[in-house]
Design a protein around this ligand. Structure first.
Ligand SMILES: Cc1cc2nc3c(=O)[nH]c(=O)nc-3n(C[C@H](O)[C@H](O)[C@H](O)COP(=O)(O)O)c2cc1C
Length: 207
């Protein structure tokens, strides 16, 4: 389903090594369909999980082809750049760069810890820190179960610092039929968290 258009909005997307690569590419596709310019950073384990979970052809350097094959030509309404997670000199590392919001999807417990503690060990963590210090939207999509006390505390710290904690917990009241329906639900929640209208799942009608 095509998304309501929001041309020109510039959004950062971090993809780390938690399970849930499908959530990442569904979210990226929906933001492209909305006409955004995306600045995308994969961690090394984010790249690995992309292939582990979506197949050997799911390589970051073929991301456009992967998205087009799965979601069709509507992704061409948006554009994206890929950044190296090692490049702390990239635009995203500075608050002067006008990237209005960021999502880390999925967000590993390691990266969650780095964001919660403001470590800025790589571009994903630094860009997240920029969002927090500049009081811009930061959505974190952790996936782990069960969770340790340090992990729970890191979620509280990140939330207190201003991030939205949006765990990868799809709901079932929409009666999903496929795995893609589950991914669309989480992607829709992420778009709402970033301040977008979305049509990935219908709003609850109170019935
Ligand atoms: C197959 C596989 C699945 C993993 N799933 C998760 C997960 O669901 N959640 C998590 O926090 N870490 C998970 N990990 C561990 C992270 O990938 C690991 O902590 C890594 O150092 C994260 O680094 P990054 O945040 O830079 O991507 C998984 C690792 C592998 C190899």
């Amino acid at each position: 389903m095509s998304q309501p258009s929001s041309p020109g909005r510039r959004i950062a997307v971090g993809v780390t090594g938690a399970s849930g690569a499908l959530y990442a590419i569904r979210t990226i596709a929906a933001l492209l369909e909305a006409g955004c310019h995306l600045e995308i950073v994969f961690s090394d384990y984010g790249k690995r999980l992309l292939m582990d979970e979506l197949g050997p052809d799911a390589k970051v350097d073929r991301l456009h082809d992967l998205l087009a094959a799965r979601y069709g030509p509507s992704i061409q309404q948006g554009t994206f750049d890929l950044h190296s997670n090692k490049d702390l000199g990239a635009t995203l590392a500075s608050g002067s760069h006008r990237c209005e919001a960021m999502v880390i999807v999925p967000c590993s417990m390691k990266t969650l810890a780095g964001v919660a503690l403001g470590l800025s060990r790589n571009l994903i963590e630094r860009a997240a820190d920029v969002m927090l210090k500049e009081k811009r939207r930061l959505v974190l999509v952790p996936r782990e179960t069960p969770m340790s006390l340090p992990e729970l505390r890191n979620m509280v710290s990140a939330s207190e610092a201003g991030a939205m904690m949006l765990p990868a917990m799809p709901a079932f009241y929409q009666q999903p039929k496929t795995i893609d329906d589950l991914a669309a639900f989480i992607a829709g929640k992420i778009l709402n968290g970033l301040g977008f209208e979305q049509q990935l799942f219908p709003p609850w009608k109170g019935e």
